[in-house]
Design a protein around this ligand. Structure first.
Ligand code: GLN
Length: 291
């Protein structure tokens, strides 16, 4: 019979070319915890405990999938974002911790600016992680979310059900919007649009570039801010008088994105870094009245 310790040894041997020691430990811990249905603390405390033959078989087949570079979140079909459960599959980007920081900024802004309850639009919702975590934490807000991908919207809708929230989903392309959006103006518009250039792609891990959806990630090299332009333009006519726009951004284009917003007339534009110290998010007001 295999022990938990044996599983850790197998995973280490099988994956040490793909992941660094920390990531490898975290992935193994998560996988054993999910498959054996035991807490991470118990796994660490009792490494000599045995796993059943069925569990050993499952752990082995997951190890084979991990060796192809497939992210563990896609293999397990789920992840966590802002303390909430989310279904994920290759039609949606795996939610990132930086995006949790953006969600936190929205929630703090609503509190500190004492924004009245209103409506919010998430553009390029993917798994729905932004829209759903905000809806869960902004009582009374009406939340709508757009995506170009019908498969992504299906996943987002399953996540809304999983988290028991009501969200209006709209299938459309923000670069060429056709839908009649029911709500004319929003208090908050937020987006984490595609922003990875071909140049960035060369520096990225293949388990992102080979497995995650390219429509959610990549932008043309010659127009890296294409989505920011379109969304900012849309926001100038779809934000309420005191409305706020939030973006997750490419760390290499902080200044350019701020300038793009200033050129479109946005005020009090603030650029913030993520926990790794990289320019990662922006908040802007549609009008100086708001401050
Ligand atoms: N931050 C994501 C990554 O590192 C990219 C997200 C996006 O393009 N919006 O892969």
């Amino acid at each position: 019979m295999k022990t938990i310790k044996d599983v850790f040894t197998d995973y280490k041997q099988g994956l040490d070319k793909i992941y660094d020691t920390n990531e490898l430990g975290a992935i193994t811990l998560l996988t054993v915890s999910e498959i054996c249905n035991v807490s991470k603390a118990k796994i660490k405390a009792f490494p000599e405990d045995e796993v059943s033959p069925e569990q050993a078989e499952k752990l082995k087949s997951i190890l084979e999938e991990l060796k192809t570079g497939k992210p563990i979140q896609y293999i397990l079909g789920k992840t966590e974002f802002y303390g909430l459960p989310f279904n994920v599959n290759p039609s949606v980007l795996i939610p990132r911790p930086e995006t949790e920081e953006l969600v936190e900024w929205v929630l703090n802004s609503v509190g500190s600016l004492k924004l009245a309850v209103g409506s919010l639009l998430d553009i390029g919702t993917g798994s729905g992680c932004i829209a759903i975590s905000l809806k869960k934490n902004l009582l009374g807000f009406k939340v709508s979310a757009i995506d170009i991908s019908a498969d992504a919207l299906q996943t987002a809708a399953s996540n809304a059900t999983l988290n028991a929230v009501d969200i209006e989903f709209i299938e459309d392309d923000i670069l060429n919007i056709k839908s009649e959006i029911e709500i004319p103006k929003f208090e908050i518009i937020i987006s984490n649009p595609p922003y990875v250039t071909l140049h960035d792609k060369t520096q990225m891990h293949t388990n992102v570039t080979d497995f995650e959806p390219h429509t959610a990630l990549f932008v043309p090299e010659n127009d890296p801010l294409i989505f920011y332009n379109a969304i900012a333009k849309f926001a100038t006519t779809h934000l309420t008088e005191n409305g706020l726009l939030f973006f997750e951004i490419n760390e290499s284009y902080g200044k350019e994105t701020v300038k793009l917003l200033a050129d479109k007339g946005f005020k009090n534009i603030e650029l913030r870094k993520d926990m790794s110290g990289r320019d990662r998010m922006i908040r802007a007001f549609i009008s100086s009245l708001a401050h």
